[in-house]
Design a protein. Sequence first.
Lengths: 115, 115
Amino acid sequence: GQQLNQSPQSMFIQEGEDVSMNCTSSSIFNTWLWYKQDPGEGPVLLIALYKAGELTSNGRLTAQFGITRKDSFLNISASIPSDVGIYFCAGHQGNYGGSQGNLIFGKGTKLSVKP
Amino acid sequence: DSGVTQTPKHLITATGQRVTLRCSPRSGDLSVYWYQQSLDQGLQFLIHYYNGEERAKGNILERFSAQQFPDLHSELNLSSLELGDSALYFCASSVGGTLGNTEAFFGQGTRLTVV
C-alpha cells in the first residue's frame, strides 16, 4: 500500500529552538494533515492543507503542502517544553472531501527535550 | 474534547475471544476511520466508512470486521483474538463528502489487552 516517509524519526529540542520535520511520498495526495499525539491520547489535528503550494500557520506552527503534492513539512518556531510529543503527518488521496479513499499516516517524529 | 466518543476505554480479554469496539462520530460527520496503533508504532489504517458504506480497506485482518450503522456510529469487531492484537484502537471522523472536509478528528482510543 501507499507509504508516507516521515523524518526525522526523533529529535531532541532545547527550549527556544526551531524544529523542522517533513513527510514525503512517491504518490500524489490531495490533502495533507499534521497531528500531535501525547502518550495515551488520541492524535490532535494541528494543521490541514488542501492546495499544492499552500502555506498555513497555527500559532508557532507552520506547514506547507509541496508543489509536487508528494510532500509536506511542518515547522515549529521557538519550541517550548509542551511541544514534546509525537507528530504525525497524514495524507488523503481520495476523491472530494474523503467520501472514499483512505487517510494514511507517517510513522511519526518523536520530539523530546534535550537532557 | 474532539467530539468523537469511543467505548470502552480499556478492555482486557483472553486469546480466542471476540470483542466489539464502538465509535460515535462528531455530530454531522459522515466518515469514520479505524486505526490500530501498537506500542511505539504509527497508526495503521484499517477501514473507512462513509455514510454507512465501506469506502476503503487497509491492512485489516480477516478476523476483524466493521460496520457503520444508520445513526452513523460504527463498530469494530475483533474475533479469535491473539496476543499480537493488543494495541490501541482509534476511530476518527470527518465530515466527508466535499473538498476540504477530510479533516479527521480522533477519539481517545480503546486500549485492548489480550492475555
